[in-house]
Design a protein. Structure first.
Length: 397
């Protein structure tokens, strides 16, 4: 299918591939999208998650945390991530009983292993690196792949994140209510969509750690018991320590005005080890440390809403998504932190919370294919709104 024929279609069959800062594996969504107009109206056909093998996940974490590695290590990891992403695509096709050759394009986030936005301390040049080359994914799947969404934004002075607020604006704004869309991945980010708001009225930024700190602390305190605190059960048995939490919430990131983004350098293992060292000095119980880790995420969300969102206008509801939704203790803390704003899972809008970001990258790819600007300048700080994403032709194009 040539590009002209692709652009003549009324509907697209697309895939979205995503792996976040938690580096658990590849989320893959197969969606039907409207090809014309501003509203892509995504319809989810299938969603699946394909975990990374433990050895691959460890290698990715080592790279992201600055452990010793060679250029050859990075090159081979780039290939292995592309293979994993292609595997996620084929798994979603099997789930939907769809012939992969029928898919028009893939939108791939790739796997972030380094994110250095403008203004990072000690870094005169900004940069971002996502492994899993779109060219490799296109070659492995035969399907045209759009990826490398963050790099053009960085080149034009933006933070390179968050990117999904553009999709929030396209498909989740409301004429009846002002919404805050909170995604709790490894990093938490929020999008504010005023009632009947215009694109330029949208506010979005990273609020701080999401699951990143909680998961790292859990693995350190409960070795051999899994990768995360299932449903927040450990934290539910503890009490958060204000003495432990307070110094960390005074970090400059939390008071910094948007646009802003974060990653492993701000809230990764270094942050976690400092947090654990302080907890050891205070001689806290493990459950209390877990509760405190969750509370940092909740209070940083609440503070961000109070400082940067509520001053822009009313918030009628908060819709939450991401892996953090499964942590009942964290969700309860967030409800308390943003009260009296009602909090609901984003599922009520029709897309399951765990599939949201994979779907969003399919939508971002749609915009790239159509040549439409797909970034909100107020969210990333980019100097001009532009078309993000590199198109790697597959054998289907």
């Amino acid at each position: 299918m040539g590009l002209a024929k692709l652009l003549s279609l009324k509907k697209f069959l697309a895939a979205g591939l995503m792996s976040g800062t938690s580096m658990d594996g590849v989320d893959a969504a197969l969606v039907e999208l409207q090809a014309a107009g501003d509203a892509p109206d995504p319809k989810l056909l299938a969603f699946t998650t394909v975990p990374y093998p433990e050895e691959q996940r460890d290698a990715l974490f080592d790279l992201a945390l600055g452990q010793q590695c060679t250029a050859e290590d990075i090159a081979t990891l780039n290939t292995s991530v592309a293979v994993a992403f292609a595997g996620g695509f084929f798994a979603a096709c099997r789930e939907a009983d769809v012939d992969p050759a029928e898919v028009h394009f893939i939108g791939s986030h790739g796997q972030t292993v380094a994110h250095v936005p403008p203004g990072t301390d000690g870094k005169p040049i900004a940069g971002t690196l996502q492994l899993g080359s779109p060219g490799m994914i296109a070659a492995l799947t035969g399907v045209t792949t759009v990826g490398d969404f963050r790099v053009a934004d960085i080149a034009l002075g933006g933070q390179g994140a968050p990117l999904v607020p553009y999709v929030d604006y396209l498909v989740r704004r409301s004429g009846a209510s002002s919404r805050a869309i909170l995604n709790i991945g490894g990093i938490a980010n929020v999008t504010y969509l005023p009632r009947k708001g215009r694109r330029e009225d949208t506010l979005a930024f990273d609020t701080g750690p999401g699951n990143m700190l909680i998961d790292a602390v859990y693995r350190a305190l409960y070795p051999g018991q899994g990768r995360y605190d299932s449903a927040g059960e450990k934290a539910a048995n503890g009490s958060a320590s204000e003495e432990l939490i307070e110094p960390f919430l005074k970090r400059p990131f939390f008071s910094k005005q948007p646009p802003k983004s974060a990653g492993h350098s701000e809230f990764g293992m270094t942050f976690a080890w400092e947090f654990l060292d302080k907890a050891k000095q205070l001689d806290l119980l493990r459950a209390d440390i877990m509760a405190s880790a969750a509370m940092i995420t909740a209070l940083s969300v609440g503070s961000a809403i109070q400082r940067f969102v509520a001053v822009r206008g009313p918030i009628d509801e908060m819709l939450i998504s991401g892996g953090g939704v499964k942590n009942a203790t964290l969700v309860r803390m967030i409800r308390d932190a943003v009260a009296p704003v009602p909090v609901r899972a984003i599922d009520v809008l029709g897309i399951p919370d765990d599939a949201k970001e994979a779907v969003d990258f399919a939508v971002l790819a749609r915009e790239t294919i159509l040549g439409r600007t797909n970034v909100i300048a107020s969210a990333t700080g980019v100097s001009k709104e532009t078309v993000l994403g590199t198109i790697a032709p597959g054998s289907n194009l």
